[in-house]
Design a binder for this molecule. Structure first.
Ligand code: UT7
Length: 320
């Protein structure tokens, strides 16, 4: 059995923080942030949480798919910033939606999380286990930021995006996925537990820490290789690809990937200008925006690519 995306949705917090707002507390400026990252503003959660954003995005995806919550067999939420350790974000979304026939669980692969969740759902559908899946990428990374670290706090925003993936007789779908835990130190956010009776508190900080240049180099090196690997696996040529929807980390990363693939920049849509890096949410938010704007036509071949903490990276080729 093949599978196709039949609906999309997204949700972002109301509060919008502009680049200039950072100048009140760190040594930075709009021009630096725009030219180095492509980001102009980002949404930051105040009343919103990871699960409320995930729920909003999911509800819209179900509406767009004209699908009732009870029809869903599987809910997967990709997040590395859940509100709680348990119940999972996916179970919280299931309860809010009333998707009583679904199994629900979270998956953690940071900025590659949505793709890994999409591929997992595809594998379930492809093997005949489930027929309809709701896949959500949701993160509230701004909770973990060190607002004194200008190298990282200007980059991230909060949000969620969702798709409904349904079993189909036709449809092209291929993916490749990778992880390298050995390089995990370059992008990390450790949890500091209170002293327990047996263990001392962990050393170090409990906010996001990033070696920006290392992450940059990792992305521009691995993403083009990963996409070439995917095209080979799918037996497809670059000319057949309508759009490359990449994780919206930094416009310079995307332009470098386009250049390395010898592809036109126009084939790499971007929206980090408005949202910053929303981690697992960035690809489904972009997909939803393009869908809402009518930019995707039936039969279009899309390549999605995610990369981030872990380190993790992967790409997926699918027929719209
Ligand atoms: O989902 C994956 C998550 N992470 C990423 O995708 C991040 C990948 N990395 C990047 O996007 C880039 O490395 C950054 C945008 C984080 C940094 O850009 P860069 O061109 O690699 O800058 P840099 O780290 O080499 O820093 C250049 C200068 C430094 O100053 P000095 O030492 O040359 O005086 C930084 O301190 O820019 C300074 N700088 C800033 N200046 C103004 C760093 N952040 C800022 C800032 N405003 N916000």
């Amino acid at each position: 059995m093949k599978a196709k995306i039949v609906g999309t949705g997204s949700a972002v917090p109301k509060y919008c923080m502009k680049n200039n707002d950072f100048t009140k507390f760190i040594d930075t400026n709009d021009q630096w942030i725009v030219t180095r990252t492509g980001i102009r503003e980002r949404r930051i959660s105040r009343e919103e949480t990871t699960s409320t954003l995930a729920f909003e995005a999911a509800k819209k995806a179900l509406e767009s798919a004209k699908c009732k919550a009870e029809e869903i067999d599987l809910i997967l939420v990709a997040t590395c910033s859940p509100d709680d350790f348990f119940p999972s974000t996916a179970c919280q979304v299931q309860a809010e939606l009333g998707a009583k026939n679904a199994v629900a669980f979270d998956l953690s692969a940071a900025c590659a999380g949505f793709l890994f969740a999409l591929n997992t759902a595809y594998a379930y559908i492809n093997s005949g286990v489930y027929r309809k899946a709701l896949i959500i990428g949701a993160d509230n990374m701004t909770r973990f930021l060190n607002w004194n670290d200008r190298g990282s706090c200007v980059l991230f925003g909060d949000g969620a995006g969702a798709v409904v993936l349904e079993a189909s007789e036709t449809g092209i779908f291929h993916f490749v996925q990778h992880a390298d835990g050995g390089q995990g130190r370059v992008l990390k956010c450790f949890v500091k537990y209170e002293d327990s009776i047996l263990k001392k508190q962990k050393e170090g900080n409990s906010y996001l820490e990033m070696e920006g240049q290392e992450v940059f180099k990792f992305a521009v090196k691995t993403v083009p290789i990963c996409i070439e690997e995917l095209l080979k696996k799918a037996g497809m040529q670059k000319e057949e690809i309508k759009y490359y929807l990449l994780h919206q980390a930094n416009s310079r990363i995307l332009l470098s990937v386009a250049k390395k693939l010898k592809e036109k920049e126009e084939k790499f849509p971007m929206n980090m200008e408005k949202y910053g890096n929303t981690s697992a949410a960035s690809i489904p938010i972009l997909l939803d925006e393009m869908n809402q704007e009518g930019k995707l036509r039936k039969g279009d071949i899309l390549v999605l690519a995610g990369f981030g903490a872990g380190l993790t990276w992967g790409s997926t080729l699918l027929e719209w």
